[in-house]
Design a protein around this ligand. Sequence first.
Ligand SMILES: *[C@@H]1O[C@H](CO)[C@@H](O)[C@H](O)[C@H]1NC(C)=O
Ligand SMILES: *[C@@H]1O[C@H](CO)[C@@H](O)[C@H](O)[C@H]1NC(C)=O
Ligand SMILES: *[C@@H]1O[C@H](CO)[C@@H](O)[C@H](O)[C@H]1NC(C)=O
Ligand SMILES: *[C@@H]1O[C@H](CO)[C@@H](O)[C@H](O)[C@H]1NC(C)=O
Ligand SMILES: *[C@@H]1O[C@H](CO)[C@@H](O)[C@H](O)[C@H]1NC(C)=O
Ligand SMILES: *[C@@H]1O[C@H](CO)[C@@H](O)[C@H](O)[C@H]1NC(C)=O
Length: 509
Amino acid sequence: MRERPTGQPPMHGNRNAALLQTIKSAVISVLCLLLLANIAVHFLVSPSGKSNLNQTAAANGAKSTANESQKSSLTSSQQSKALSKSNCGIDRRWAKNLSLEEFRSTYRLKRPLLLQFERGAADWLVRDSAWSLDRLAGQFGSYDALAGRPVQIVQNGGRGQERVNFGRFLSDIRNASAGEKRYIFSREFFQSTHMDSTLKFPSIMAYNSRDHDLFLFLGGNNSGVSFHRHADAWNAVVGGRKRWFLYPGDRAPPGGVHHAFEPADWLARVRVPMLTNAQQKVAALIDGSAAAVEPLECVQVAGEILYIPEGFYHATINLEPTLAIGIQNVKPLGATETAFYELNAKPPTEADAIASKILKSMPYNTEVLHKQAMSRKRQEKFQEAEKLLERALSLDSSFLVAMLDLAEIKWKYFSKIKEAQALYTKALELNPNLWEVYGKYGEFLAYQTGELETAVEMVEKATQLQSNELVLWQLLRSIHDFAGNETAVSAADVMIDKLSVIDDQLYDF
Ligand SMILES: *[C@@H]1O[C@H](CO)[C@@H](O)[C@H](O)[C@H]1NC(C)=O
Ligand SMILES: *[C@@H]1O[C@H](CO)[C@@H](O)[C@H](O)[C@H]1NC(C)=O
Ligand SMILES: *[C@@H]1O[C@H](CO)[C@@H](O)[C@H](O)[C@H]1NC(C)=O
Ligand SMILES: *[C@@H]1O[C@H](CO)[C@@H](O)[C@H](O)[C@H]1NC(C)=O
Ligand SMILES: *[C@@H]1O[C@H](CO)[C@@H](O)[C@H](O)[C@H]1NC(C)=O
Ligand SMILES: *[C@@H]1O[C@H](CO)[C@@H](O)[C@H](O)[C@H]1NC(C)=O
């Protein structure tokens, strides 16, 4: 029942997992490199013991987001209300009177679509009572599932990474004081249960177990998933409400698709400032070169089914405890999306050529520019990688992950310390909630500027935001080791041992 399924379909592309792996190996490899080569240098510039975490990071944060405190002082119900406001830019059609011909000519591979049903979910479930949260708790309460935060799920190739008890999770998402923000995003639910026998979707959604993955999506208030893209998919909301943000695939969303912002942070930190910055908006519209500003949006309610054409970038936020069922093509249908899947699966030189091909038809796609930069980096073409990242950032100044990668290239390969420092500071200002910013900045401070104490504060902050990230504990251990703090090294070793075991045992349902 709960065995790890054999064969792993590339849901949001295994690319994201691959990307994370790359980040991890990059951090680890630089640690090794520095440990071998630079110890003497780093001890020469060893810290004065003064902490400047608050002077750099916090002061910058305070300066640039003067209205931040107002924002966070909103009550959670005010926040929910603000999140619920959305003008729907997606066609809503009654499933009953949409023919297969019209679906194919107007929507398939072209436009998102919301299908409505007279009796709601009861029209596409054999027994909708089998899908009440109480019934699910009764039937599957003893199961385990994997849950994750919005960024984690995308990083992890379309699944969570923390094991939770399904029954407990169901009660927590309905309990306001439990504060559960994680999301279950399970491909295994339908493989481990017979619940697929309760589905009777309309014929335009025809699917089979060889060409499609079936998903269970379950999350409480404000859970969700960050921007990503993949093959054709349907998302059927059984209960609850889900807010969508979508962008056509030729432009990546502002802020980038590389798991840098949770959707609520993206809304507050990227989208709202862009929309209120009239100048930027006008410039984007006139020369067409800036990242697209306005997403397509909609709040999908219980009983509706959303069609997401392949290649559309999308992110979601659940506005209530929300249960949904997904169908997703295993393989893309079109040449462009196929190229995107290959871009993430192939070794650097091939990926480079694929990126060039895609960029011919969509020269402003910052995701592809970033991927090409990373493949140049792996081919040790550092100058070209630097140029490509600078171009991506000139198209989208909030592309956080490009900022971090550019900073790293600048200090590691060109010793442009001031430029790197400025980029890290800006990244922290843009999103003080992302563990990777603190991890990367901490690595820079430890190994480049030798500010070990501040580096420890940074990396400790990262572990507070993301306690189960093995690579962070390895980084922290390594910095403590530099500093000769043996107690802290032992404490980090305990975490490293614990996480190494968990890493091997993760499975879902
Ligand atoms: C940083 O500033 C906060 C208040 O802004 C303070 O509570 C904290 O002690 C400071 N940390 C350090 C290391 O100075
Ligand atoms: C803060 O918000 C107020 C309105 O709520 C606005 O008038 C003011 O310009 C904002 N300040 C900044 C720095 O954005
Ligand atoms: C489509 O279906 C809805 C509900 O089933 C019905 O009210 C409506 O009149 C139909 N529209 C057309 C154009 O047939
Ligand atoms: C979810 O948010 C709604 C407001 O939109 C609130 O009424 C409800 O109590 C919240 N539920 C939980 C479990 O937090
Ligand atoms: C709700 O969550 C709180 C905090 O975790 C917990 O103490 C309480 O027992 C929960 N209530 C229920 C009904 O599970
Ligand atoms: C060792 O590291 C821990 C954790 O950061 C810290 O609390 C402690 O003060 C450090 N000890 C020394 C001697 O620096």
